[in-house]
Design a protein around this ligand. Structure first.
Ligand code: BG6
Ligand code: MG
Length: 215
């Protein structure tokens, strides 16, 4: 029986996945190569340092550790320029309503994000007080598809893994949910998320009871 929901942040609650892509693309372009949207799919849910390693490998660029750290910092500054402009208007359609339905239904909710910027983003969009727990890039060591982030989310809610349902927009995130013994709803398309237990384009007009019928 499901008692809790674990929400990914980037690409689920807010459309920051686009800002991550733009900033990584700018960095790649400055290094003399490009990254496609298709390649970007493989970066979703992956921590900042693991992402930069994958991007440099993709561009066949080898750099000293110090320079890699500098570039990751720069990418984050570009990314935060967009985050600073965010308000509650950036919450994706249907998310606020879903959270209200979950609260009314007595479900617990936790964040389960790889992002170190998660607290800042939740503050900006005004959703921080809604969460019973926050597990983010500051509290985990291993990147999705490792299940650590969701195992910690279930623990923080005092629930068993199988009592939690994950909401994700990343292939790696759905793999992480499954590795934790949880089902996952994918926000996206069948092509991008063939591993999801249920696919939705968004939460707009989605009723909780209908979700459970389809899972
Ligand atoms: C994930 C994103 O949520 O967080 C990744 O899908 C991102 O694209 C990762 O790299 C880490 O985010 P941040 O904000 O700590 O750089
Ligand atoms: Mg995501």
């Amino acid at each position: 029986m499901i008692k809790g929901f674990l929400f990914d942040l980037d690409g689920v609650i807010v459309d920051t996945a686009v800002y991550h892509y733009q900033a990584w693309r700018r960095m790649a372009n400055e290094l003399g190569f490009d990254i496609s949207e298709e390649f970007n799919e493989t970066l979703k849910g992956i921590s900042r340092m693991d992402s930069i390693a994958r991007i440099l490998e993709h561009g066949k660029v080898s750099l000293p550790e110090e320079r890699i750290l500098e570039l990751a910092k720069l990418k984050n500054e570009w990314y935060l320029e967009e985050v600073e402009k965010m308000t509650s208007a950036n919450v994706l359609p249907g998310i606020q309503e879903l959270i209200s339905q979950l609260k009314a239904g007595g479900y617990k909710i936790s964040l389960g994000s790889a992002s170190k910027n998660a607290p800042k983003i939740l503050e900006r969009i005004g959703l921080a007080p809604e969460f019973d727990a926050i597990v983010d890039g500051n509290s985990v060591k291993k990147s999705k598809p490792d299940p650590e982030v969701f195992i910690k989310g279930a623990e923080a809610l005092n629930l068993k893994n199988e009592e939690c349902l994950v909401i994700e927009d990343a292939f790696a995130g759905i793999e992480a949910a499954h590795a934790a013994g949880m089902k996952a709803i994918g926000i996206g398309t069948k092509e991008n998320l063939p591993n999801a237990d249920l696919i939705l384009a968004s939460f707009e007009e989605v009723k909780l009871e209908d979700l459970f019928k389809e899972l």
